[in-house]
Design a protein. Sequence first.
Length: 289
Amino acid sequence: MAKKTVIVTGANGLLGRQLAGLLAETWDVWGLVHRLPSDPIPGVNYRAVDFSQDWDAGVLPERAHAIVHLAQSAHFRDVPARALEVFQVNIASTARLLDYAWRAGAERFAYASSGGIYGGGSQAFRENSPIIQPDTLGYYLGSKVSGEALVSSYAKFMRVMILRFFFIYGSRQNRTMLIPRLVDNVRAGRPVSIQGEDGLRLNPIHVTDAALAVAATLQSENSAIYNIAGPEILSLRALCDEIASLVGREAVFETAPGQPCDVVGDIALMRTHLHVPTIRPGAGIKDVI
């Protein structure tokens, strides 16, 4: 039996590469990347596509069973200087991929959003929790909410899955992201700023668990929104102490003004319908180190 075709955008990224490797044995994987990788995954058909430009969907296969849209602009912090580039990658390309998915007869479309759209709070966020008001979202999170609206509008034509990720981490991750940055700070003896006694609480997810959850959406029979987060909730202080024990250094903290706002995703729906995460920070952070 011929393999079904799945398109994974951002296939060079932390999650995209993990997912492409996971799917390659059973799917015909097309990996859309900004630059062709020097160490390609066997079995993945790579195509270099610059989402920041007016790219042509004609480079994609005529038919596809599913699209997993993980790509996002690397310049999300450079707004407003590079706002239009962020718009092209995060919003305009999402619209073009949805149009392609419809024309290609796709049955499923999974979209990578962010748990950051909930803001912070004292309780774990569920998928039906309110999100931040538009005037305080900021450009990056605003682009994610805009993408969610576009994706949801196609639910009458295909199954759409919106995935709100909470602090993915793993090997090969950009060192500017939260957990690699904490690792580097603790190892170098630089103080970590926390609010209150212990700082905010979070439940980060290792890239292996995240990829398994995304892969499960390709079998989903219903459109849905899912929080994608890890199995353990811990404070920023506890996370840094865990890192410290692994690198053999004492974590140094400095107190910042204000009270901490937790960023915790309720993963009941993820556990029930997609994947039960098993990798706790104590084990997963070793990859980052």
